[in-house]
Design a protein around this ligand. Sequence first.
Ligand SMILES: Nc1ncnc2c1ncn2[C@@H]1O[C@H](COP(=O)(O)OP(=O)(O)OP(=O)(O)O)[C@@H](O)[C@H]1O
Ligand SMILES: [Mg+2]
Length: 276
Amino acid sequence: MNQGSADKTRVDRTARKTVGDFTHPDPRITCRNVSVHYGDKCAVRNVDLDIGRNEVIALIGPSGCGKSSFLRCLNRMNDTIEGCRVSGEFRMDGNDLYDPDMDVVLLRAQVGIVFQKPNPFPKSIFDNVAYGPRIHGLAQTRAGVEEIVETSLKRAGLWEEVKDYLNDPGTSLSGGQQQRLCVARAIAVNPEVVLMDEPCSALDPIATARIEELIDELSELYSIVIVTHSMQQAARVSERTAYFHLGDLIEVGATDEVFTKPQHKLTEDYITGRFG
Ligand SMILES: Nc1ncnc2c1ncn2[C@@H]1O[C@H](COP(=O)(O)OP(=O)(O)OP(=O)(O)O)[C@@H](O)[C@H]1O
Ligand SMILES: [Mg+2]
């Protein structure tokens, strides 16, 4: 990895030490000394954080504090952004995510992502979900693909609404349905981890509640990392919360403690609405 390139900015300001325990007793992904730069600009600075098995962890903090930049490291989506440099160590079940031999397409299936704005492919509802399993060879027959599509849509809580319209375009669905379709697409390839970057910010309260229920159900099978601007949402869905501020991971801990007894002044200011 591009270890040397981070050094120039690292001398500008020493990272703040994170308050709280950034480790997890049963980690799925471990991130150590993670920095993200865009050109000369440092967006994430020396962050250590574990993502636990089957946990829901919320990343919160003011706009521009580096939540999305950090999240995109976890499935190497930052690789696709020109001028973006990532340094540090990322391991999933011990394997280096940034190993030059890593199959990035496979990694992005294992660590799926759902974005803020629903982005179904310009394909049918069926093909949106079937695409990943087909390219990864998860089913050999049409019946096998159909089964994966049905299971994934059921898990995403969308099956009943779309089962008679599977050949309609994904884009013909409502925003909330499209987001559940994107969740179905992400889980169709048997991920280990699902990343969600403000998955509800384009949704109404009912569609939001549906996605939150879904997060709860999915956490039985996957680890979920959710970026959210809604502290109520973080409190409702997550077990742990990580508070970022200007690229530093300021505090991490059990969600109820971070919200009721924040240890760091910056966390307190943010959650009490004095900042952000
Ligand atoms: N593609 C990019 N090119 C250059 N700078 C970027 C790029 N993406 C993000 N940045 C910068 O990196 C910093 C962190 O941005 P990031 O999008 O990670 O923040 P965020 O916490 O997700 O913010 P928001 O809550 O607004 O989504 C910001 O200063 C931003 O301007
Ligand atoms: Mg963001």
